[in-house]
Design a binder for this molecule. Structure first.
Ligand code: GAL
Length: 318
């Protein structure tokens, strides 16, 4: 077990844990983050039970550093088979649909990762409680790690890892409650898959200056690797080659991308890389590695900082 080292209050210190307002290790693992007004809401995997489902924890913050717990947005529920003890629920990602409903998409699985499904839950408030709806294999496809993206015109997308078939970008229905079609699929380059083709996982997407950036990691379980990104003029592609955004060999500063958060401020738009430094022996205490990301002219690059803050009003990082 690692000793749990907290970042100073109000500061992001990559590799150190966030302490929530109750003095507990904030369970911001595999997190999804959305801004609502002047607060950022985060939904994370509560890893109190290690690898199996311990609830989806919800927090909010004015500055991406000071986190207030809102308890479980989705709790372990013995009489709902997908949410029962011993199941796997990962990568909770929330979008607000055009009707104003908060829609949570989830990686829903069995303990042996054989189910490989996407689940949906809905709520009227970001912190929930969420009502669980159902799970499915989208269009019949295996789906493990997921991400979500909502475009400026309200079109929603599900990003989903489907082993040798690649990383799919699915267009969601108008209410985000079902999958309509695959708009693009990408594979890792052959040099990256000597054992056979595969896509990337833990996918997330942003749009900057009209260009779409898709981020993902290689498939190495709880071990970290050099994560990559590709760009395209549309979620439908065509996607560029995949490139590093952190120093090659650093295993993305020993982390796995979860989301990249745009912070639109009065002075600038900044991008915050949100990654997990998984500790398979202490998933509960796995440290966040959150860093400023430079995104411009089709390039994305992580910048190491021992400690930093962001003014979410102006968008300026110090
Ligand atoms: C990783 C994945 C994590 C978790 C882990 C289990 O590949 O990104 O979310 O599923 O495998 O080993």
């Amino acid at each position: 077990m690692s000793s749990h080292v907290f970042a100073p209050r109000g500061v992001v210190a990559p590799g150190r844990l966030f302490e929530d307002d109750g003095g507990r290790v904030a369970q911001l693992h595999g997190v999804g983050i959305q801004r609502h007004g002047d607060r950022f809401y985060a939904w994370g995997e509560d890893k109190t039970n290690g690898g199996t489902f311990g609830g989806v924890a919800c927090y909010s913050s004015p500055d991406l550093a000071t986190w207030t717990s809102h308890g479980h947005a989705l709790a372990v529920t013995p009489d709902v088979p997908d949410l029962a003890p011993g199941r796997v629920i990962e990568r909770p990602k929330v979008l607000r649909n055009p009707g104003g409903t908060y829609v949570m998409l989830l990686h829903v699985d069995s303990a042996d990762y054989g189910d490989a499904r996407v689940g949906w839950a809905v709520a009227e408030r970001p912190e929930g409680p969420y009502t669980y709806l159902r799970s499915e294999r989208p269009l019949g496809n295996i789906s493990r790690d997921i991400g979500v993206f909502a475009d400026d015109d309200g079109t929603g997308y599900l990003l989903s890892e489907d082993r040798e078939n690649g990383l799919h970008v699915y267009r969601l229905a108008d209410d985000y409650l079902s999958v309509e079609e695959i708009v693009s699929t990408t594979l890792a380059p052959p040099s990256d898959h000597p054992a056979g083709p595969h896509g990337y996982e833990s996918p997330t997407m942003i749009k900057a200056d009209g260009l779409y950036y898709l981020f993902g990691s290689d498939l190495t379980g709880w071990s970290t690797n050099d994560n990559k990104y590709a760009t395209a003029p549309s979620p439908a592609g065509p996607w560029s080659e995949w490139r590093d955004f952190a120093p090659p060999g650093s295993a993305t500063y020993d982390s796995q991308v979860s989301v990249v958060v745009p912070v639109h401020g009065s002075e600038t738009t900044s991008y915050v890389y949100v990654g997990d430094r998984w500790d398979s022996g202490d998933l509960f205490g796995s440290a966040p590695v959150w860093l400023p990301m430079q995104v411009s002219d089709g390039r994305a690059e992580l910048q190491w900082r021992d400690a930093w803050t962001i003014d979410t009003t102006t968008g300026v990082i110090s």
